[in-house]
Design a protein around this ligand. Structure first.
Ligand code: ADP
Length: 762
């Protein structure tokens, strides 16, 4: 009927065409749908078989007689029985699948045995239609069921009547007829069903028949035996009929209990999984929807988050996929609910009932969760289930809050980490046992120990503090003095010493050290500068005092006994005073010059004038000015012209030759040689003195650097000579270099550009 109504309605939509062709066109359009085509086919087969029964077995009465109930009451009575049996469904769970067993087949056997063929067919079909109407089944489904059952029942009736004959009581023929008929009934039923399932699941129908045949046959035989036995008992001792229900009830309840237990099991597994997922705090909303939907057997699970205009949902058709969509109307209008709310009206998409719970916990509200079912049965969502659902929603809220906290914590931690890592000062954190917990990158640079190596180790084993007394300063904090600053010298792996300032800031709880945060500054530079300054003052005062002492002595001598001294002695004294005063003047000159040189070597250009001079003559003059017999000249005969400032070149050579004399033994020579090399000329000053350690070779050209310890000072000097010499040489376009072997001698070389050099041969 429903199908006819649909056909008519679609035919009406096509109102332009006249009557019959219009109906035919509509039918064609409907039949293009494979499901509807099969439904129509099944209905036609059912109708044809029903016709055969109605006319072929027209003269047949009922198979069994003697129930004692008037025939007029029997048909409606059995129709009602069939209807009730169809509505009595036992859900049988085996493994993961659930079968629905109705008692319709049992009632059918009773119909077939107690009613004449046509009445049996009517009772079966009417019972089915009644049940479909009461359960408000979709029209297409009801029509399909009617077609299938009519076809199958017709086959059953035909077989029972053909094999059983017309006995009026239970004979072997009837029994065989019922057994064969039931199997045939199941076969027809399954074949029809397989047609539809095949289309829906996109598999060949015979595959479905093969996989379902055995179970269907068992179920059919079971219900058939129930029907047969019930009929026999009704015929012979109707009083016992109520007891017939006992085994069925017992089995039903046993099944229900088992099914519930299995459901509970499955639910517990889901909830356990959910508790893990919530504890993990990852992807919590999706996990909540997927697992809670499964646990409660809902068809739809939705979460609407606060201040969000989309709804997240999971449906039973694709139970692991999270969909995002607009907020369903019935949830949008719900407002802020405080506790569970049941909805049963106005639900879309065939949903029958819905339970809505707030997602809130720990004083915060995150949104609303809703679970809905298409199922009509009353068992879904007991009060206990709803309470459980509400607490699961709270657990979700707590997990979401936890996840939020965690995110914030991660954010804060990464900020702090950035501060620690980016800080130019070294930062470390030490725990109560003195073990390093945090070791910043800057600290790794300062100490030469990287974070991976330092963390987890006691501080005393990480920082190498050579001085015993300073080692105590590693942990100077106490309950009375939780903040403390200490300075100490630590040794790096490469042997370099670093002066460090450790600013401690410790936390004590109940008298016990919990944590000490230490900021470490590298004072090495300042420390060196400080030392340099004091060394400089010591050096300058020593250097100034050395020539001043004889000056003051001789001036005193001249003043007190000047008249009594011979002219020669007076001249000698005056010469010495002049010589020392000259030395003082040079010293002051050097200091001034050095102070004027900045770090940029070009600054020195102001101090030199450009010119061309004979380097041989300048070297000879420098040697002669020093007036030492130890100086040996080994120079080319002719003049060697070089681009230079003659005064500055003389100053440089005097310094190099003077150093050679100063830093070698009295009896050794200082040789001055000259090499020509393309456009360059080199003056080598070679001594056989103490030499310079390899690691000091570059440093001797630094300002104030002396290989000598300034405190002992076995030789006098300012450490400025080589610094000035190199700066001046470079200002003249040349350089001063050194090659030296410790305890064997040094060669200092002044290199300049030749003035009249031939271009070097190609
Ligand atoms: P000063 O001689 O006044 O100390 P210099 O700058 O001329 O300063 O020299 C720097 C240092 O280099 C000296 O203190 C000395 O230790 C070292 N030095 C210079 N010349 C020689 C040399 N010929 N042999 C050994 N050491 C030298």
């Amino acid at each position: 009927l429903g199908l006819a109504a649909q056909l008519v309605s679609s035919a009406q939509a096509d109102a332009d065409r006249p009557g019959l062709p219009r109906a035919v066109g509509a039918l064609r359009a409907q039949l293009r749908d494979p499901i509807q085509r099969r439904v129509v086919g099944v209905v036609l087969v059912g109708a044809a078989l029903a016709g055969i029964v109605a006319f072929g077995l027209a003269g047949h009465g009922s198979v069994l007689r003697g129930l004692g109930v008037p025939a007029a009451a029997l048909l409606p009575g059995l129709t009602v029985l069939s209807c009730l049996a169809e509505m009595t469904v036992v859900r049988l769970r085996h493994g993961e699948a659930v079968e629905e067993l109705s008692l319709y087949e049992a009632a059918l056997i009773i119909d077939v045995l107690l009613l004449p063929p046509r009445d049996a067919l009517i009772a079966a079909a009417a019972g089915l239609v009644l049940a479909s109407a009461l359960q408000r089944r979709p029209v297409v489904k009801a029509v399909f069921n009617l077609g299938t059952y009519t076809a199958a029942t017709a086959v059953l009736i035909l077989i029972v009547h053909l094999l059983g004959g017309r006995p009026g009581e239970m004979t072997l023929g009837v029994l065989v007829g019922v057994v064969v008929g039931t199997l045939a009934f199941t076969g027809v039923n399954l074949l029809c069903l397989a047609q539809i399932l095949g289309v829906l699941n996109k598999v060949a129908p015979w595959r479905i028949v093969r996989s379902e045949a055995r179970l269907s046959a068992y179920m059919a035989v079971g219900t058939m035996v129930t029907g047969l036995t019930t009929t026999e008992i009704a015929l012979h001792s109707p009083l016992l009929l109520p007891f017939m229900a006992m085994p069925a009830l017992a089995v039903t309840y046993a099944y229900r209990a088992a099914a519930r237990e299995a459901d509970e099991h499955a639910r517990s597994a889901c909830l356990l999984q959910l508790s893990h997922a919530l504890a993990e705090r990852e992807d919590v909303v999706r996990q909540f929807l997927v697992l809670v939907r499964e646990a409660f057997g809902a068809d739809l699970a939705v979460v609407v988050l606060e201040n969000d205009d989309t709804a997240l949902s999971v449906e039973s058709t694709d139970p692991t996929a999270l969909r995002t969509g607009p907020i369903p109307r019935h949830l949008a209008t719900l407002g802020r609910i405080d506790g569970p709310v049941h909805l049963a009206e106005d639900l879309p998409g065939g949903l029958r009932r819905m339970v809505v719970v707030p997602v809130q916990g720990g004083g915060r509200r995150f949104g609303t969760a809703a679970f809905a079912t298409r199922d009509r049965s009353r068992g879904w969502m007991t009060t206990g289930d709803v309470t459980l659902l509400a607490s699961l929603a709270s657990a979700l809220a707590v997990a979401m809050r936890g996840a939020e906290h965690l995110d914030r914590l991660v954010d804060e931690t990464s900020k702090l980490q950035a501060v620690v890592e980016q800080s130019a000062e070294g930062i470390m954190v030490i725990d109560g046992d003195g073990t390093v917990q945090v070791w910043s990158r800057a600290l790794a640079d300062i100490t030469g120990v990287d974070a991976a190596e330092a963390t987890g180790r006691p501080l005393a084993t990480v920082l190498d503090v050579p001085v015993e007394e300073e080692r105590r300063l590693l942990m100077p904090v106490s309950v009375e003095q939780p903040k403390a600053v200490a300075e100490l010298t630590a040794r790096r792996r490469d042997g370099e010493q670093r002066r460090l300032r450790l600013a401690h800031s410790a936390v004590f709880t109940a008298g016990l050290l919990v944590r000490d945060v230490v900021v470490i500054s590298d004072l090495t530079r300042e420390y060196r500068t400080e030392r340099l300054k004091s060394d400089f003052i010591a050096m300058v005062s020593h250097e100034l005092r050395t020539p001043l002492t004889p000056i003051i002595g001789y001036v005193d001598l001249l003043r007190s006994r000047g008249e009594r001294m011979t002219p020669q002695k007076r001249l000698d004294a005056l010469n010495l005073i002049g010589d020392r005063a000259g030395h003082l003047s040079r010293l002051v000159e050097d200091l001034l010059l050095a102070s004027r040189f900045g770090d940029n070597p070009d600054d020195v250009s102001l101090q030199v004038s450009a010119g061309t001079h004979d380097l041989c003559a300048l070297a000879t003059q420098a040697a002669r000015d020093l007036g030492s017999a130890r100086v040996v000249l080994d120079l080319p005969p002719g003049p060697v012209l070089a681009h230079c400032d003659d005064g500055r070149a003389l100053q440089v050579l005097a310094n190099l030759i003077g150093n050679g004399l100063k830093y070698s033994a009295e009896e050794t020579e200082v040789a001055i040689g000259m090499r020509l090399d393309g456009t360059r000329v080199h003056v080598d000053v070679r001594d056989h003195g103490r030499g310079i350690p390899a690691d000091q070779l570059a440093k001797v050209f630094d300002k104030f650097h002396r290989v000598e310890d300034p405190m002992t000072m076995s030789t006098s000097g300012t450490g400025l000579g080589l610094f000035i010499a190199r700066r001046l040489a470079r200002a003249m376009g040349g350089d001063v270099t050194v090659v030296s072997t410790l305890n064997s001698g040094s060669v200092f070389t002044l290199s300049l550009t030749r003035a009249n050099a031939e271009p070097p041969a190609e």
